[in-house]
Design a protein around this ligand. Structure first.
Ligand SMILES: *Cc1c(COP(=O)(O)O)cnc(C)c1O
Length: 356
């Protein structure tokens, strides 16, 4: 750190991404990427011609991708805001609706970036603890009295909140924006998208990183009332109007168009999830009910940390969060059937050594 950094930033705890080894030494089940490749149309769209066009700036209106998203969900392009990963959508929403005198209400256990943005933008967070069983205390969010941000399904707990409960939170906070981060909704959650016409304070944020197999393309989006989208466009155009690069735009359009491929990948992941959950429960694991592409799992007889380290030694990466309530658990991304078979066989080895 230099002597020049603002004091508020020297006190900041930046987001720590999951390990991203850039070689193939590991079975990588630690950052909730999709094990299947992007839709075939994506590969075909990235041509030499497309690459040669990189000499030109990208389209600052992002119109083709907005249209593809709008077509997919039967809404209007005016309801769609597109960003460089959904992290950027979250950041722009914080900038638009929160500051030192406009706090944000968030759950204590959720996506780590909410707290980081609160620190970065000097927004006082109102942190509400999840219940003992990791469910969201809905009543407390209904009387938030501030902007509300939560993930549904939640991470890393994998637990989904029913749509009726999400609607209660939105309906009870008419004076504030309620942002529902639906990064994992395609794996079995209920989306709040159907509510955007009725609630002018609802923003639904999604990503191409998980269910559309495009984590490396960095595309996220928010959907909501056109007035909210206007607000976010003001921020984007005051920060980075070229936030979507040409190749990602092409990739995103193709990924959005191929509904059959998308649904097939999601179905396969959900089936693998059911089978893996059953096998882990048979081994004595404690699991939450997952509506995501990962399992939140506590091994029997050893700590989450020990299990994470033992798996890593055997070439399988999962995510471990060292914080108090999460320390018995690891988060395991659902990979292919073959990858999960390796996870299970390494797990049996580890448990046998730990409990001989
Ligand atoms: C992965 C994730 C994101 C961020 O995804 P991007 O890759 O930035 O689109 C946002 N929210 C949650 C809950 C996530 O798990």
């Amino acid at each position: 750190m230099s002597q020049f950094l603002r004091p508020a930033l020297s006190a900041l705890d930046p987001y720590v991404p999951g390990e991203q080894p850039q070689d193939k030494r590991y079975i990588k089940l630690n950052t909730n990427e999709n094990p299947y490749p992007p839709a075939p149309g994506v590969m075909d769209a990235i041509t030499r011609e497309a690459v040669s066009q990189l000499k030109l700036y990208s389209d600052p209106t992002i119109a083709p991708l907005k249209q593809a998203i709008a077509d997919c969900y039967a809404i209007k392009p005016e309801n769609v805001f597109v960003t460089n990963g959904s992290d950027e959508a979250l950041g722009f929403a914080f900038l638009a609706y929160a500051d030192g005198s406009h706090p944000v209400t968030i759950p204590d256990i959720s996506y780590g970036f909410y707290k980081v943005f609160a620190q970065l933008f000097q927004v006082p967070p109102k942190v509400i603890p999840l219940r003992e069983d990791f469910s969201l205390p809905v009543e407390k969010f209904c009387s938030a009295g501030s902007m509300v941000v939560f993930a549904n399904p939640n991470a890393p707990t994998a637990i989904a909140l029913p749509l009726s409960e999400v609607e209660r939170i939105v309906a009870f906070n008419p004076e504030h924006v309620v942002l529902v981060d639906e990064a994992y909704v395609d794996f079995g959650g209920e989306s709040a998208l159907s509510l955007i016409d009725r609630y002018p304070n609802l923003l639904v944020v999604r990503t191409f990183s998980k269910s559309r197999s495009l984590a490396g393309a960095r595309i996220g989006y928010a959907m909501g009332n056109p007035a909210l989208i206007d607000d976010l466009e003001r921020v984007r155009n005051s920060f980075h109007p070229y936030n979507i690069n040409r190749l990602s735009m092409l990739a995103g359009v193709e990924a959005m168009k191929d509904t059959a491929y998308f649904e097939d990948c999601c179905q396969r992941i959900m089936k693998t999830r059911q089978e893996t959950a059953k096998a882990l429960i048979a081994l004595g694991f404690t699991l939450t009910e997952s509506s995501t592409n990962f399992l939140f799992a506590a091994p029997p007889g050893i700590s989450g940390k020990e299990y994470y380290e033992q798996l890593k030694e055997r070439g399988v990466l999962v995510r471990y969060f060292g914080t108090e309530r999460l320390s018995p658990y690891v988060r395991i991304t659902i990979g292919t059937d073959e990858e999960m078979a390796v996870l299970l066989s390494k797990t049996r080895e580890i448990l046998k050594e730990a409990n001989p």
